[in-house]
Design a protein around this ligand. Structure first.
Ligand SMILES: Cc1cc2nc3c(=O)[nH]c(=O)nc-3n(C[C@H](O)[C@H](O)[C@H](O)COP(=O)(O)OP(=O)(O)OC[C@H]3O[C@@H](n4cnc5c(N)ncnc54)[C@H](O)[C@@H]3O)c2cc1C
Ligand SMILES: *[C@@H]1O[C@H](CO)[C@@H](O)[C@H](O)[C@H]1NC(C)=O
Ligand SMILES: *[C@@H]1O[C@H](CO)[C@@H](O)[C@H](O)[C@H]1NC(C)=O
Ligand SMILES: *[C@@H]1O[C@H](CO)[C@@H](O)[C@H](O)[C@H]1NC(C)=O
Ligand SMILES: *[C@@H]1O[C@H](CO)[C@@H](O)[C@H](O)[C@H]1NC(C)=O
Ligand SMILES: *[C@@H]1O[C@H](CO)[C@@H](O)[C@H](O)[C@H]1NC(C)=O
Ligand SMILES: *[C@@H]1O[C@H](CO)[C@@H](O)[C@H](O)[C@H]1NC(C)=O
Ligand SMILES: *[C@@H]1O[C@H](CO)[C@@H](O)[C@H](O)[C@H]1NC(C)=O
Ligand SMILES: *[C@@H]1O[C@H](CO)[C@@H](O)[C@H](O)[C@H]1NC(C)=O
Ligand SMILES: *[C@@H]1O[C@H](CO)[C@@H](O)[C@H](O)[C@H]1NC(C)=O
Ligand SMILES: *[C@@H]1O[C@H](CO)[C@@H](O)[C@H](O)[C@H]1NC(C)=O
Ligand SMILES: *[C@@H]1O[C@H](CO)[C@@H](O)[C@H](O)[C@H]1NC(C)=O
Ligand SMILES: *[C@@H]1O[C@H](CO)[C@@H](O)[C@H](O)[C@H]1NC(C)=O
Length: 661
């Protein structure tokens, strides 16, 4: 018997014994919660978290004297590891289809049984445009094509694309191997064809902890690439990978409200949120309970995945700090397959790392308990302007300078803004997606902004602001941040601009010249006016220290047409990293940027994303995942690995093998 089949059959034998089923087909986990129940002192578990493989279960296995117990046991490193070769070193590359050790179809079927039939073989979303995949439909392909830029596109019978186990936004890094025919990329030399490419081979549509543990154990023992996908929003395509087994967390939607949650340091309202909760869910739950939750602006973004673990920002950051600052407890499956609690008292190193150190590399988070804040009134402002006629581009940039002159004042009042400056033909289109003034009435807001509005009137800025007061944040957020576009033919880079740079008139003027310079060279710009409130720098978590004195966060991004030739796209992309972002970096020495909205090939990313916290993060990664079970591009510990192929000579392709350096 091949090692893989032997491994899986032994595993199956164990599980069938444990859960008392008589045949493999009955090995369904539902209704067997009593066997796996584990109690925690600080919080009750969600139902889905109660079904788990515990040390107790494994002890039971010894009673049955199963010699292959180590196959599923939580790795007791370093002795037993199956993936070690005779000489004790790990295999250089992960195992891929076509390799001798790749599980056979029969093995995958066994695996599916172990998982209670939750395994899904990848069928790319756009395969319905390709007859050879056997589900061709001209009409469905037409509607998929028309809505390809829509993050919640209804492609088939009401299912939305976030409900596809492998669809991701940053499809360029996947290799664009299965696009709607109208969007195949000439710059990648793609034929009109559909292959799995850089998508995972299989996904596990997880609904309990045991499934996650089994998937982690199998990926570790069989040396498979493992990815975690939640919504697929990640700009760095960190939720995809060729040949991978994908743990898909989208349906872990449980949520529980605690009116009075207690820890040594906190007594107050809190929400425990499952890994699949999205920003839109969180804000709905908060409204129902008459409280406020700290989440991002993007409506379909995952709240508990890349966002909070990556140290994400919020329209409420200027008054409350980062979402990760308000985490009370985390449930997580680690690389050894154990399900653990991480909080201030238990596994506190992991707790520290998961609050801002980045997702996808320390373990599979299944839920996070976060503080909830009192309901507050919020005033928002939206507007847009387009240059033309007597509103010249120079006038536009004067408008921008006048606005940025007030950044310190606005942010210190707790305001936030998110706005875009884009090329439309030869003109500039600028939209304030929303300026958000928490805990502020419309009258107070108008008073604060009065001097700016006067200045803009003098400049003849043709804007018609919509200013509105809401009695709660959820409603303000819902109206202020509409459905986003799933932009995919793009590349971006970004930088924080700290307070000392923005508050100095001379440096500020240079910053504005440099931003304009990058815009005029062909990039679009996204900007945030945001601060971290006093005291947050002292919070002991893994949030990038450079966040703490930021006053402006700026993103440059280039977009292109799929028909554009490779030399142009490549030069555009290289300019971003090697020409334009260095100009911003030169003005902000020692600062950094936000990992989840950064350059895919950020040079010296350890410093930019983590600053002085990197060495500690790396040591925690080595402690909890010494074998490198978890990998994501530019995540902590990823410097030990490399992807074998580059797109356009400079972008690591997720459609290539992942190997140790
Ligand atoms: C339209 C849009 C708006 C955005 N708005 C904001 C914003 O306002 N503020 C902000 O800070 N960011 C924002 N972002 C960035 C966003 O936070 C990141 O893209 C983030 O990575 C998305 O996380 P996800 O879990 O939804 O996505 P995914 O792509 O599914 O996952 C992202 C990463 O997290 C890992 N991961 C996911 N779930 C888990 C889990 N349960 N355990 C461990 N690892 C996990 C994945 O492996 C991957 O590495 C926005 C992005 C977009 C596209
Ligand atoms: C878990 O806690 C509950 C309530 O405190 C208790 O009733 C139950 O017996 C405990 N279960 C186990 C397995 O310890
Ligand atoms: C261990 O063995 C593997 C396979 O036989 C080989 O590729 C590798 O180089 C060896 N490693 C060391 C450190 O000798
Ligand atoms: C592709 O583009 C052509 C030309 O614009 C259009 O006629 C056709 O309907 C598009 N196909 C799909 C599937 O949308
Ligand atoms: C995206 O698709 C959803 C579902 O089909 C639809 O409700 C929404 O209006 C679309 N958004 C855009 C911007 O087209
Ligand atoms: C994933 O599981 C959920 C919950 O059981 C189910 O509603 C959904 O249809 C499944 N999706 C796929 C693609 O299997
Ligand atoms: C409580 O806060 C103190 C200081 O902020 C910190 O050192 C300690 O670890 C915290 N303890 C818990 C249980 O949160
Ligand atoms: C720009 O603002 C105007 C006036 O408020 C509004 O009607 C219009 O929809 C906005 N356009 C865009 C593209 O946001
Ligand atoms: C909101 O404003 C009130 C009064 O102006 C103040 O007492 C309260 O602390 C503020 N809340 C927050 C969260 O800033
Ligand atoms: C620009 O032109 C418009 C209409 O033509 C006029 O109302 C406005 O005052 C002009 N603004 C400036 C600054 O000249
Ligand atoms: C979708 O995005 C692509 C790439 O940015 C662009 O070329 C195309 O025109 C967009 N399609 C629609 C329908 O907006
Ligand atoms: C894409 O093509 C359209 C129409 O041909 C053109 O207006 C636009 O400038 C092109 N975009 C880029 C980034 O080249
Ligand atoms: C890239 O930058 C170089 C140097 O500034 C410039 O000459 C070239 O036009 C740029 N190309 C693109 C596509 O941005």
């Amino acid at each position: 018997m091949a090692p893989t089949v032997r491994y899986l059959t032994s595993l199956l034998g164990i599980l069938v014994t444990v859960i008392g089923s008589t045949s493999a087909s009955e090995a369904d986990f539902s209704g067997k919660q009593d066997i796996y129940y584990l109690n925690h002192t600080d919080t009750s578990l969600f139902e889905f978290e109660k079904l788990q493989l515990t040390d107790k279960v494994l002890a039971k296995l010894s009673e049955h004297q199963l010699s292959q117990q180590s196959a599923i046991s939580f790795a007791r490193l370093p002795q037993h590891v199956w993936t070690r070769q005779a000489n004790g070193s790990y295999p250089k590359c992960k195992t891929y289809p076509g390799d001798a050790d790749w599980p056979s179809d029969a093995s995958w079927r066994l695996f599916d049984v172990l998982l209670g039939r939750r395994l899904i073989k990848t069928v790319p979303e756009a395969s319905l445009c390709y007859p050879e995949w056997g589900q061709y439909s001209a009409a469905a392909c037409q509607s998929l094509t028309a809505g390809w830029n829509n993050s919640t596109l209804s492609s088939r019978g009401g299912a939305c694309r976030i409900e596809n186990p492998t669809s991701i936004r940053s499809i360029i890094f996947q290799g664009m191997t299965c696009m709607p025919p109208n969007y195949t990329a000439s710059f990648l030399g793609n034929k009109v064809s559909c292959t799995v490419g850089g998508f995972p081979e299989y996904s596990v549509n997880v609904t309990n902890i045991a499934q996650i543990q089994i998937a982690v154990n199998i990926a570790r023992e069989l040396n498979l690439r493992l990815v975690i996908k939640n919504t697929g929003h990640d700009f760095g395509a960190k939720s995809t990978g060729k040949g991978a087994l994908n743990i898909w967390t989208h349906y872990l939607k449980d949520a529980e409200y605690y009116p009075e949650y207690k820890t040594d340091n906190y007594t107050g309202p809190a929400f425990k949120l499952g890994a699949g909760i999205q920003v839109v869910d969180a804000n709905r739950l908060a409204k129902e309970r008459g409280v406020t939750l700290i989440g991002g602006e993007g409506i379909t973004v995952g709240m508990i995945g890349g966002y909070i673990q990556g140290g994400g920002h919020s329209p409420l950051t200027s008054i409350y700090g980062m979402a990760a600052d308000h985490v009370l407890s985390i449930q997580v499956v680690t690389a050894d397959g154990r399900f653990v609690t991480a909080n201030a008292k238990t596994n506190s190193d992991l707790f520290w790392a998961l609050r801002g150190g980045g997702a996808g590399t320390f373990g599979v988070v299944t839920s996070i308990t976060v503080k909830a804040f009192p309901k507050i009134k919020v005033t928002t402002m939206r507007y847009n302007v387009t240059t033309g006629g007597n509103f010249t581009q120079d006038k536009f940039w004067e408008m921008q300078r006048a606005y940025v002159d007030g950044f310190e004042k606005y942010a210190d009042l707790g305001y936030y803004s998110y706005y875009r400056i884009r090329h439309v033909g030869t003109e500039i289109f600028h939209d304030m997606t929303s300026m958000v003034a928490p805990n502020t009435t419309e009258a107070e807001f108008r008073k604060t902004m009065g001097p700016l509005f006067e200045k803009w009137a003098e400049l003849g800025v043709p804007y018609q602001p919509i200013i509105r007061e809401y009695d709660n944040y959820s409603d303000a957020w819902y109206e202020g941040f509409p459905q986003e576009v799933w932009t995919w033919a793009m590349r971006q880079a970004s930088r924080f601009f700290p307070r000392d740079v923005i508050s100095d008139p001379k440096k500020r003027a240079t910053v504005m010249d440099t931003i304009r310079g990058v815009f005029d060279a062909g990039s679009h710009i996204l900007q945030f006016n945001i601060r971290n409130p006093p005291g947050t720098a002292a919070i002991d978590n893994a949030v990038n220290p450079a966040w703490r004195d930021v006053l402006m966060f700026a993103i440059m991004f280039v977009t292109w047409n799929v028909t554009d030739p490779a030399p142009f796209v490549e030069q555009f992309s290289r300019n971003l990293t090697y020409e334009w972002n260095p100009r911003w970096k030169a003005l902000t020495p020692g600062s950094g940027t936000y990992m989840s909205e950064s350059d895919y090939i950020e040079p010296n990313w350890q410093e930019s994303f983590h600053g002085s916290k990197y060495p500690k993060l790396l040591s925690i990664k080595k402690r909890w995942d010494p074998q490198g079970v978890f990998y994501a591009t530019n995540a902590v510990g990823s410097e030990e690995w490399q992807l074998g192929e580059l797109i356009m000579g400079h972008l690591p392709s997720q459609n290539s093998k992942l190997c140790r350096k």
